[in-house]
Structure formats: C-alpha cells, structure tokens
Write a protein that binds this ligand. Structure first.
Ligand code: ADP
Ligand code: MG
Ligand code: MG
Length: 887
C-alpha cells in the first residue's frame, strides 16, 4: 500500500531534502533539519501524492490515510508527552501547506490547532499563563474561521479593534487574560452567526478540516493564477505539514523571527533578519508591531533603539548563529529561515534557499566559491544569466522619489531620463546638440532607426514585447517601454496626454525599461558595476565555455560596448541601418529611382566612401577579430516615402519629379515584403549593389590592416539564400570585387563568403550550399518566421494566446522553437559539415542572447552565438552553463 504520511523529529526522519517532489519544499527541509540534529518540533508530512489522489477520488480521504495520520499524531504525542485533545495537557499543532516550490500566499497556516473550551483551560494550567492560553485560542479561532471556514476575517479584526478601543489600548499585547477570554466568546458568537454552526470543538474535526483546506487551496483561484504566472504544473499538488506548536508568545523570554544567512539584497556575508519578542507566527511580517533587528551591527546601522536579538537574548542568539552556519555548510547555499524561541529554547520552523537580487546572487556565488563552500563551476551555475540584465544597465536610484504617469511593458531594460521628443528627426537633431532625449512614438518603424539610436530611451503607446520598438531597442541596448496603452500621443502637436496630465516636447520624462514605468521629470540613476564580482564570475565562465560569443552590432559605439562586455567578434553587422542615415538616404533613393545600371552605379559611387568609412571604424574596434557583414537585405521600397506629405520633398532632394517617384514607389509595392524582392534577390537583380558593398568592405579592411597591422577577418554574408546557384552568383560578385581591390592596393587579405540560413529550403539544401559557402549563420528570426509561417510583426496579436493555451511553450521569437526550427538547424549543421568539415557555424538571431537557445546551440555543436551588445555577458554565462551541464 502507498505510504502517504512521513514523520520527522525526535530522532525520526522518514524523508529528507531530496524528497521535495513528494513532501514539498517545506516538508522535505523540515525532515532534513531534523535528521541533522537541529531542534525541529516533531511532526509529519502528508505527501503531494495524497493531494493528487484526493482530487482523483472526489475530494475524499481513504481510510488508510486516516490511520496513517493517527499514527503521525501518536508520533508527535510520544515525543512531546502531550495528547491531542487532552483537557489536562493538550497537544497543539500547526497545519501548513507546502508545494515543491514555494507559492507565497497560496494558503495561510493554521496555528494552535487543538484548542477548544476544555483544552484552553489545560493550556492555561500547564503554562501557568492564562493570558497566553486565551491569546492562543483567539488567534486559532480567527485563523481557522478565515482559512478553513472561509468566513469574513474583517469581522474578527473589527471585534479585536473594538476590544482594544474599549480599554484605550493600542497594542494587542496590552489585552489581559480576561479581555481575551471575552474576545474568544465574541469570536465564537461571530462564527456561529456567519457559519450557522458552533465553532468545532472536536479536535479531530478541526484537524481534518484544516487538512482538507490545504488540499482545497491547491485549486483556489489565487493558486491557479500563481501557477500560470510561474509555469507550475497543476498535477504537482501540495503537501500538508502537521507539526507540534512551539510558542513565541509565552512572555519576554519567547520570540519569533525570520532570517537570511546572508544579506539577500547585497549578498554581504552578514546575518540578516528581524524578530519580535512575545509574538507568534507571522506577526513579524504582518506589520502589527515594528520588528527588531537580529544583530547589534544592523540595529546600530539603522539607528534603531529597541535591543537587537544579539543584545536581548545573547545566548539563544549564539545558538541561532551556529544554526545559520550549520545550515549554510549543509545546504551550501544562502538560507531563508523561520525560527521561534519558546521560553529561551530555540526551535527551527523552516529553511529554504533564499531569494536574492542579481547583485546578491553574484556576490554570494563568488564568495562561496572563494570560501571553498562550492566549486567555481557551481558558482557559475548559481547565477541566472537573464538576471544579469539588471546589472548591466544604469538603474534608477532606488532612494529617489518617482512621479509615475503610467505603466507599459518592460520591453528593454535600463532606465533613462531625457527631453520628450515626438519624431526621429528632432530626436537626432537634439541629440547631436548634446541633449538627452526620450523618443515617444505611437509605434516605431524602420524609418525611426536614426531617432531610436539618437535617443536615450524609447516609449511607445502600441506594440508588444516583440514589436519593432522592443526588438530594435533591445538590440541597441536602449531602454524601452512599449505598449503603454493609456498614453494618448499626438505627434503633430508634439504632446502626449495621460491621466489628465500633459507632456510637451522638451519636458523631462523618465522611463524604466525594467518595470515599464513612465515618470514625469528626471529620476537620478546609478551606473552598473562591471568589475568586481561580475568580472570574476565572467572570467570563470570564459574558462569553461566552448561556444564563442560574438555580437550583433553596426555602429562603432555598439561595437565598443560589446567588446567591453567581452564580445569576440561580430556575428551580424546589418548594412541597411547605415543606408537610412540622413546624410545618405538621398543617394540611396537616387539609386532606387535610377532607370538603368549606369544611373544606379552613379548613385552607388556616392555611397561608396560613406559605406567604407562605416566599415573602417567597425574594423578598427574589432581589429584581429572576425566581422560578419550582411549585404543589403530589406526590400527597396522601405527606403521610399509612404506618406503623401513626404513625396514632394523627397522628389526634390532626389532630383526627380513627384510622378516618377510615385510611379516607382508603386512599382516596388509588395503584398508580402517579408517574402518579396529582398535579400540576395536584390543582389541577383542588381549585382552592382552588392559589388559596391563588397568593395567598401575590402577597401576598409585593407586600410585598417595597413594602419594597425591587425587585419580584421571579413566574413561577407549573403542573406536569404535558398539555392546553391544564388550563393554561387553572389560569391562571384564578391570575389571579383575583392580581386579588384587587392590588385589596386597591391595586397591581399583573408576573407570568407558565406550565407545566412534563414529559409527552410536553405537548411534542407545545406549540403549543396556548403560547397560554395564557407560559413553558415543561422538567422533564426527569419528562419522562425519562415518555418512557422508566422510573421513576427503580426504575431503579437495572437502569440500570447498561443502560449497561454500551451501551443508553444514560450514565444518562439524570444526562445528558439527547439523541437521544430531546431531540427532544421541541426540538420543543416550536419549536412553542411559533411560537405565541408571546417565550415563555421553560428547563430545570429535574437535567440543568440537567450539562455535556453544557447543551450541548444551548445548541444548542436555550433561554433558561436551572436547577441546584441548588452546580452553578450548573458550569452557568455549561458554558454558556460551549457558547457558544464553538457559534461
Ligand atoms: P508560509 O509558507 O506562508 O511561510 P508557514 O507554514 O511557514 O507559512 O507558517 C506561517 C507562520 O507560522 C510562520 O511564521 C511559521 O514560523 C509559523 N509556524 C508554523 N508552524 C509553527 C509551529 N509548529 N509552531 C510555531 N509557529 C509555527
Ligand atoms: Mg503564508
Ligand atoms: Mg514560512
């Protein structure tokens, strides 16, 4: 027969820390603490398997479990020497829920269970403290009525307030035994009024009521919501812990408290916590009285008066400190602890790995490795790569006041203050004049790139986490709040309104891309710390990782940032952003509007020096490192105006008449630009575009080689290839340009020509394509779009529903669809390697900065991942973790 009840305490431990799935985190750790000899009140855990069975069998308990529970109670009775329901010396217990992972607020604990009109007398007699006995009883009725009977707890609070007011008291502790006895009578009256039955006097009814309530709470609305938000499966179930009560409310030698073995916000190695004398359970966190500090140092640092535990109860404090150390060495991690002191005797009620900020996680991991408590590899695994994001961007000074206007989506982390501007040209102009600006748009489009780049931060009223604004901002490392729906933005009048307030162009605003908050005025920020513990852990990570980490960058500034963050080259340098720049867009448009090749060449000649200087700066920053440059990819109509108002101005600048411009724009119009005339299809039809780009690359590379001696290794990447022939044609164009430049300059250079794999056909034909291409870079943004048949720009309308309904586990544009798209990557890698064993393989989509996708790249044996500059450290750490886990 299945065992459902597991005992702990008094030298018995039926379970241990390894049994979290069965006993829940709380139950497993209580058993573990008991087994290593720490003072834990005896008790037992009813397993999560019982929870599952309880629901399978229509919310009933099998007879066998009733017998097991009786055995559990007998275990507690034997150790405490008290009997459950005994009027003379009653055993009281707590009933607590505990799932595999902590689910705060799922169900409140019931304390002091086992009290009734008789046993309260026994408790008073044996404790010699009437006040304590009645206080315990009134707490029990209040909790039981709320948690188990589901009665309105407001009524009980009200009665308590009235009792205090009647006597002119402010604190609960001022109420006498007689006051409390009267309050108990009043509580029982309220129960009967609301429940139509008297408060249960039979202690076994009380116990089963509470056990049922814990299992019942698993399907409560708040538990369901919590599970959904935290990806916790419904079939895990919760365990129930029944444990002998210990009392922190037995006078001035008793207390209750919570503690961390290290500071959870800074990671500093110092005990951290709070306690309250003469209190029970959650009084400490409930804010009824102001809790006292644990240590003298903390009390002094806070300038607080009431004695710390170290000062008030030095002996018990000493014992507690020893337990902290014991727990840390045992669990080899920072612990979050609950304890109670009953008449100077210490009892441990809970321990678990403590939640911590990213900063604390780093410090604790590095310190513990240096202390020899954990290995360096363990330290690497202890830090969540995604959490590093919090540390890499300037953040708002937590002490500064905030005037919050509204909240949108936290689309790209970091915080920024600046003058509000409502169009990209103004953003660029003011930024060039040295102003910090925040670009505010209803939504952004590719034409806003220069404004986004010039701005310190981006705010949009529309668009989700994968909107243009969000993706581009993350790529650029700009803070972004997107989809702030309550904003009404009027770009023409340069004003934004929200909640009856107005922000005009030039007003100071602040956005917090980590929380989505939009604030009026300037909020001071604090700069990130890249040395210290961060530097140490990253160095350890670099020693164990196999995957190289490159960056996606196209400006010298981004390249520099990425190198500071440890990038080992560029995995994707997009060239179209360069074409949008104010100084060249006219030449680009002339090229597009030209009637023949000669006209196109003339315009391209104007672009050549500009393009060359782009690459020159990038190559200088990346000297000696590989730089993958993708030739022009977007359809040409993206460079032409769409708004009637713009046509005249653009036509004049380009030197054509408005009709010609309109006609050409009409000719270039596409029904589905994503699958239209773009990528290498441009190069196939207008080879001169790629030729000039290739020429700019080689001229710049040779110039840098001549100047610094450290030649970059250009990797010319042809986009959107689906057939070997396309790549062959384009490679010929690039090779010819290279030969021409080499002949002119009288020197040669190593370079590679390869392709992006971003079409399913390219993945399938990888074996053939590798005959021509020296490298593959998996362009997983497009590969995801083309494999799923989902356009990323339109996906936000339904993808959330898809994820909610479990169709995709995660947003496939954020975390690689390993089982689908991943197959194509693995297959292409295999076929490519078969043809060309030394083919270079990398990934350059947004996924290159996502830890789960990086783990896949490690498993598939790719050579590198490429991530946006601010995600480079995340990728380095994730690559190290993947390598360690793969061992
Ligand atoms: P949560 O999961 O919300 O932390 P707990 O089950 O840990 O809930 O209990 C809530 C409070 O009751 C805690 O302060 C805990 O220390 C206290 N408590 C639980 N069981 C006992 C007990 N047997 N004796 C004394 N206090 C207890
Ligand atoms: Mg709780
Ligand atoms: Mg707890």
């Amino acid at each position: 027969m299945t065992q459902y009840v597991y005992r702990f305490g008094g030298g018995v431990s039926d379970g241990g820390a390894g049994d979290k799935n069965l006993l829940g985190g709380k139950g497993a750790n209580l058993a573990e603490m008991a087994s290593i000899g720490l003072p834990v009140p005896p008790g037992f855990t009813i397993s999560t398997a019982m929870c599952t069975r309880y629901y399978e069998e229509g919310e009933t308990f099998p007879e066998s479990v009733k017998a097991e529970v009786a055995g559990g109670i007998a275990h507690i009775a034997a150790i405490t020497g008290k009997q459950f329901g005994d009027a003379g010396d009653p055993l009281l217990v707590s009933v607590r829920s505990g799932a595999r992972v902590s689910m705060p607020g799922m169900m409140d604990t019931v304390l002091n269970l086992g009290l009734n009109d008789q046993t309260v007398q026994g408790l008073a007699a044996t404790s010699g403290d009437d006040r304590f006995a009645w206080d315990s009883y009134r707490r029990f009725i209040q909790m039981y009525a709320d948690v188990v009977l589901g009665l309105d707890h407001g009524r009980f609070e009200e009665a308590l307030e009235i009792a205090k007011e009647d006597r002119g008291f402010t604190l609960d502790t001022e109420l006498s035994a007689t006051d409390l006895q009267a309050l108990v009578a009043e509580y029982k009256r309220i129960v009967e009024e609301l429940w139509n039955k008297p408060f249960p006097q039979d202690v076994h009814d009380q116990l089963w009521g509470a056990i049922g309530a814990v299992f019942g709470s698993w399907q409560s609305e708040r538990a369901k919501v919590y599970r959904r938000l935290n990806d916790i499966p419904a079939d895990w179930g919760t365990a129930v812990n029944v444990q002998a009560m210990v009392f922190g409310n037995m006078g001035d030698t008793s207390a209750t408290g919570v503690a961390f073995t290290r500071d959870p916000s800074t990671g500093e190695r110092a005990y951290y916590g709070e306690f309250l004398i003469n209190a029970q359970g959650e009084d400490v966190v409930a804010g009824i009285r102001t809790p006292q500090y644990l240590t003298k140092t903390a009390r002094e640092a806070a300038g607080a008066k009431p004695a710390s535990m170290e000062e008030a109860m030095p002996e018990v404090y000493g014992e507690l400190a020893a337990v902290f150390d014991r727990l840390e060495t045992h669990y080899r991690d920072m612990q979050d602890i609950e304890f109670t002191v009953e008449r100077a005797k210490l009892w441990m009620l809970q321990t678990r790995s403590g939640k911590r900020t990213a900063k604390a996680a780093l410090k604790i991991a590095v310190d513990m490795a240096n202390e020899g408590l954990i290995t360096r590899e363990e330290a690497i695994l202890r830090v969540d790569p995604a959490a590093l994001d919090q540390l890499l961007h300037p953040t708002l000074d937590p002490k500064a006041p905030r005037d919050v206007l509204t909240k949108g989506l936290p689309a790209s982390p970091g915080a920024a203050s600046g003058y509000a501007v409502f169009d990209s040209d103004t953003a660029e102009k003011r930024a060039n004049a040295g102003d910090a600006v925040i670009l505010i748009r209803v939504e952004t489009s590719p034409e806003d790139i220069h404004g986004m780049h010039a701005a310190r931060g981006i705010l949009t009223a529309r668009g989700g986490m994968t909107s243009h604004a969000a993706v581009v901002a993350r790529g650029m490392g700009r803070p972004c709040v997107s989809g702030a729906g309550s904003l009404s933005i009027n770009a023409r009048d340069k004003v934004m309104r929200v909640g009856g307030r107005e922000v005009r162009e030039g007003d100071m605003v602040t956005i917090d891309g980590a929380t989505g908050e939009v604030m009026a005025g300037q909020v001071p920020t604090v700069q990130p710390e890249l040395s210290g513990d961060f530097g140490t852990l990253m160095a350890w990570a670099d020693q164990v990782r196999r995957l190289k980490v490159r960056t996606n960058a196209e400006t010298p500034l981004d390249c520099r940032t990425a190198r500071e963050f440890g990038a080992e080259g560029i995995g994707l340098c997009r060239t179209e952003h360069m074409f949008f720049e104010q100084s060249r867009i006219t030449a680009v448009r002339q090229m597009i509007l030209a009637e023949d090749e000669a006209g196109r060449r003339a315009a391209l000649e104007k672009l050549l020096p500009e393009q060359r200087s782009d690459f020159l700066e990038i190559f200088e920053v990346m000297a000696g490192l590989p730089v993958t440059i993708r030739l022009l990819d977007p359809p040409l109509h993206e460079f032409l105006p769409h708004e009637e108002a713009e046509f005249a101005e653009v036509a004049t600048a380009a030197g054509v008449d408005v009709d010609t411009l309109k006609r050409r724009a009409g000719e270039l119009h596409e029904f589905n630009p994503m699958l239209g005339h773009r990528g290498c299809r441009l190069g196939v039809t207008y080879p001169e575009i790629y030729e000039i780009q290739a020429r700019a690359i080689f001229e710049a590379a040779i110039a840098v080689a001549e100047k610094s001696g450290a030649a970059p290794v250009p990797e010319v990447m042809i986009p959107l290839v689906g057939t070997k022939r396309e790549l062959e044609l384009m490679k010929t164009v690039v090779d010819k340009a290279a030969q021409a430049v080499f002949a002119e300059k009288g020197r040669t250079l190593d370079y590679l020509v390869g392709t992006m794999i971003e079409l399913p056909r390219a993945a399938l034909m990888a074996g053939e394509i590798a005959e021509v291409g020296a490298f593959f870079s998996f362009g997983t943004n497009d590969l995801t779009q083309t494999t799923l048949g989902v356009s990323r720009d339109d996906a936000s309308r339904f993808l959330t529903t898809y994820v909610e309904k479990g169709i995709y586990a995660k947003d496939p544009f954020v975390s690689l669809d390993v089982e689908g798209v991943g197959q194509l990557i693995a297959l292409a890698a295999e076929r490519g390697r078969k043809t060309r064993p030394d083919i270079k393989l990398g990934i350059c989509g947004e996924h290159g900065g996502d830890p789960a996708s990086i783990a896949f790249c490690e498993k598939t044996g790719l050579d590198y991942v490429s991530a946006s500059p601010y995600r480079v450290p995340i990728a380095r750490l994730a690559a190290a973790q993947a390598a360690i886990r793969g061992k």
